[in-house]
Design a protein around this ligand. Sequence first.
Ligand code: PGA
Length: 244
Amino acid sequence: MKNKKYFIANWKMELSYKQSVDLSLKMKELAFAKNFKLILSPSFPMIPAVLRYSDIEVSAQDCAAWEKGAYTGEVSAKVLKEIGCSYAIVGHSERRNHLNESDELINEKIKQTFGAGLIPILCFGEKEDELEKKEQVIVSQLKNALKNLSVKNNDKIFFAYEPVWAIGSGRNCPADRVIEVFRTVKRAAVNVLGAEFFDNNTEFIYGGSVDSENINEYFDKKEINGFLVGSSSLKMKEMKKMFD
Ligand code: PGA
């Protein structure tokens, strides 16, 4: 029996409150699917309703880089934990691009998630014009994001490789190239986190145009522990096909 793969449904800012509730109710029937551990990631205001109606673990799509204070519009990792989140996505490329989030800010956010008892889902990946220096880009993103982190035995990190050119483009990254990146992540992260922590407390996730046509390509790869899925996670028909 294969290990269950994580399936993190990143709903981005695509759904209304009502649509999120409706989809949560429908997702309930998928939560017990044999091969997946499902995690839903709605926008902030929908988190309590999604938890209530789906009874599935929830990830926030972001969290603040500060613990508390005068930061208008921000939501702290502690409050996210308090309302029932288990995870927070950190460093998604859409935030890096549209909001100029830096690796340094992402580093602070990871520290906040640890402090609050949330598991960070750290997104990283190269842009199309960085393909030739992909390894360098990824190592630098990871080293900066993990800088001066001190991890405890019960902390966990999800590394979500999301090549920017694959997100929402219909061009998924082939499994063998994703596995090469896993090796790069291991090289970059082991120095900071230690080999034992890396082996026992981290998961490696792929995201970027995952759908029912290509998900099987990754399924028997032991290095790939799951998926971060955007547009396909909004369509019940697609979800059912992927979970079959
Ligand atoms: P996509 O998005 O599945 O629509 O490519 C993935 C993501 O941005 O996390």
